[in-house]
Design a binder for this molecule. Structure first.
Ligand code: NAD
Length: 251
């Protein structure tokens, strides 16, 4: 349990990829702080399962992020994972959805990072792992805000990796292809509408069409990659963007 004694804050960890990352870090001994929305009963089950604490902070709100970080205290591992999607042609894209996506997928990571970095520097060790996306490297139509936010977080990650290069703190992105989570399920109806397709056509001809393996990535596979990036042997891995996308971005 090489992460015993380390404290990990994983944003957006009441569901999907973040929950799998929290479980994987917990399995290596890390103390977990969960964040995200959900039913109180479901969150109580998760905090019990992972002996974790939970912050329900809305990460589109800088003040709520400051409160969460103050409550959390120093963290050794920061996983900026919370994210959302909206699918629509640019001329119909609701400006309030644009603002929310940029706030959650990009600006929130800036705020958590700026709060977390001083203690990591002082400790001489830290891991910042940002869940980007294949859409940090390439684009798909109708996802203007999402693609902009994910390209943005990739650039942000490189920048902090350089700033922190001599401090023992690494910063990397994980860039999944399509992972079967509520986020993906939720975008199927809008994609059907935007492209005039059936549900099956969206799954096979839009989503899995991108992935040469023809398989969805599993959340647990992303969790394993996050654990790898925390290992002592990866101290020189920084500023990288790790694809886990079934070969999507190799094409
Ligand atoms: P998900 O919908 O299953 O989980 C999202 C999490 O974020 C939940 O815990 C939710 O409560 C939380 N959340 C949502 N809005 C929030 C807010 N305002 N403040 C705080 N927490 C909030 O989604 P997921 O698929 O697990 O996605 C997690 C991350 O992975 C996102 O950044 C997403 O862009 C990225 N990603 C997902 C896929 C995929 O195929 N699922 C692919 C590439 C990247």
């Amino acid at each position: 349990m090489f992460l015993s004694g380390k404290r990990a804050l994983v944003t957006g960890s009441t569901s999907g990829i973040g929950l799998a990352v929290a479980r994987a870090l917990h399995a290596e001994g890390a103390d977990i702080i969960l964040n995200g929305f959900g039913e109180a009963d479901d969150i109580a089950k998760l905090t019990a399962e992972l002996s974790a604490s939970h912050s329900g902070a809305d990460l589109t709100d800088a003040g709520a992020i400051a409160g969460m970080m103050e409550e959390a205290g120093p963290v050794d591992i920061l996983v900026n994972n919370a994210g959302m999607q909206h699918v629509a042609p640019v001329e119909d894209f609701p400006p309030e959805q644009w603002d929310k996506i940029i706030a959650l997928n990009l600006t929130a990571a800036f705020h958590t990072t700026r709060h977390a970095v001083p203690a990591m520097k002082e400790a001489g060790w830290g891991r910042i792992i940002n869940t980007a996306s294949a859409h940090s490297l390439t684009a798909s139509p109708f996802k203007s805000a999402y693609n902009a936010s994910k390209h943005g977080i990739a650039g942000f990650t490189k920048t902090i990796a350089l700033e922190l290069a001599q401090t023992g703190v690494t910063a990397n992105c994980i860039s999944p292809g399509y992972v079967w989570t509520p986020l993906i399920e939720g975008q199927i109806p809008d994609t059907m509408k935007a492209r005039g397709l059936t549900r099956e056509e969206v799954i096979n001809d839009v989503l899995l069409a991108k992935q040469p393996t023809k398989k969805f990535v599993q959340p647990e596979e992303v969790g394993a990659l996050a654990v790898f990036l925390c290992r002592p042997e990866t101290g020189n891995v920084t500023g990288a963007n790790w694809s886990i996308d079934g070969g999507w971005t190799a094409e």
